[in-house]
Design a protein around this ligand. Structure first.
Ligand code: BTX
Length: 325
């Protein structure tokens, strides 16, 4: 019911809707409507109430509203189902719970994550209202070995969208980070469920620092946000819409053509590592190498210090620049 009322308020585009109209439409008492409005207010929606005119949703760019996103969505399958939460443990976790019955392309967004996750059990700081903490459920008919290509599609989409919407010079740090000025502005976590030869579903989680003004002390040298880089607030809704549109274009190209070509064009153009010397960290081991190419499968070809050449697969590897993050 709360959802239906919200939709009704949203479709009236900032105009008043009377309690009587709502109670007739949804066949509930005016007191029930009033209670739902109070709950929505508690959730953070700004709803103006006057005795004579009724209720009016004041659209703020502060909060992500499903109806507002859907209204401007330019995709066919990604985001046809969107779920927005105020607070959740992790959008990836939630996707896992619903994935079996969820339609392909379902998008889950939360204003905050209380247990946001990075790779290998690391944490992801996801403070309320400041970033985009979002996951997409995908159900492609591809072998599990291809699953990690979704990380690349996501990285290319986020990087391109950031550049288009904010003009911030974002780069892709293979395999799963977007960096600005050498600091991390976005991390991507792809998780998969299925059997040896068949994927049941994939979850692509994106954590983007958008309007964060500051970071916990432990991330201060390594994290940044778009607002810090741009010097002004960024509209999260516009950025999300652009990411979903770009993601769908790249995803469909990959599924229909069977190549990562379009994605790799972006990854190579905005690569933070191509041609650079990097430190490759795998567990306790750390080696240096020069990045020679990103091949057509999206793998990183590096020349190691001892002269050997190696293909890096994203999995358990972290890479850092030569002197720092
Ligand atoms: P990662 O393992 O590459 O990066 C995690 C590391 O990044 C942490 O150990 C910490 O040092 C640093 N870090 C933590 N929070 C932030 C932050 N907000 N900004 C910059 N650096 C940070 C990257 O993993 C993958 C992150 C995916 C996050 C999304 S959010 C939506 C979805 N749900 C979920 O639980 N995870 C994904």
């Amino acid at each position: 019911m709360k959802e239906k009322i919200l939709k009704e308020l949203y479709t009236h585009q900032g105009k008043y809707v009377s309690g009587e109209e709502l109670s007739e439409k949804f066949q509930v008492s005016r007191t029930a409507i009033w209670k739902h409005m109070n709950n929505l207010k508690k959730q953070g929606y700004t709803i103006e109430t006057t005795h004579k005119k009724g209720y009016r949703l004041v659209e703020t760019t502060e909060k992500l509203i499903k109806e507002a996103l859907k209204e401007h969505l330019e995709t066919e399958e990604i985001g046809q189902e969107i779920l927005c939460f105020d607070s959740i443990d992790s959008t990836n976790n939630y996707c896992k719970k619903i994935a079996k019955d969820a339609v392909h392309g379902t998008v889950v967004i939360s204003e905050e994550q209380t247990v946001g996750r990075g790779r290998l059990g690391r944490n992801w700081s996801s403070p309320k209202g400041e970033g985009i903490w979002m996951s997409i459920v995908l159900k492609p008919s591809i072998p599990p070995t291809e699953g990690m290509k979704m990380t690349q599609i996501a990285a290319a989409s986020v990087c391109k969208a950031i550049r288009e919407i904010t003009d911030v010079e974002a780069y892709i740090k293979w395999p799963n980070d977007i960096v600005v000025g050498g600091k991390k502005v976005c991390g991507i976590l792809t998780e998969m469920a299925g059997e040896l030869h068949k994927i049941d579903y994939l979850i692509v989680g994106m954590g983007i620092n958008v309007n964060n003004q500051e970071f916990p002390e432990e991330f201060q040298g390594i994290a940044t946000s778009l607002t810090i880089q741009k010097g002004k607030k960024i509209d999260r809704k516009t950025l999300i819409l652009c990411i979903l549109k770009t993601f769908e274009e790249l995803y469909q190209h990959y599924i229909c053509q069977g190549t990562l070509e379009k994605t790799l064009e972006i990854i190579r153009l905005y690569s933070a590592v191509l041609g650079k010397t990097i430190r490759i960290i795998k567990g306790e081991e750390e080696i240096k190498g020069k990045v020679l190419e990103i091949n057509d499968e999206g793998l990183l070809k590096v020349q190691l210090e001892d002269g050997r050449q190696e293909m890096l697969i994203s999995g358990e590897i972290s890479i850092r620049s030569e002197n720092g993050y």
